[in-house]
Design a protein around this ligand. Structure first.
Ligand code: ZN
Length: 83
């Protein structure tokens, strides 16, 4: 992904995409980035198609040492480290 810093008269320095991170399209200096990016589908970013819920979406991304998908809120830091 290509980004450059530009100086805007009112807002000061900001970062600007020079290429679309999804297809590599090179933007013109004043071309609307959101207008181009909204033409892409979720699949272009490696996501599921819009309205599709993938199997296993409920599976936690990680399991803590207590075997649950969330830490024990009552545990002290020492207890968490000892597990
Ligand atoms: Zn694109």
């Amino acid at each position: 992904m290509a980004i450059r810093a530009v100086n805007a008269p009112i807002h000061g320095e900001k970062l600007q995409l020079t290429e679309c991170p999804l297809c590599g399209y090179a933007f013109d200096r004043h071309e609307s980035r959101p207008s181009h990016i909204e033409t892409h589908d979720p699949e272009d970013a490696g996501l599921s198609p819009l309205g599709t819920i993938p199997a296993g979406h409920e599976t936690p991304l990680a399991v803590t040492s207590n075997g649950r998908d969330h830490p024990d809120p009552e545990a002290t830091a020492g207890e968490v480290l000892a597990r």
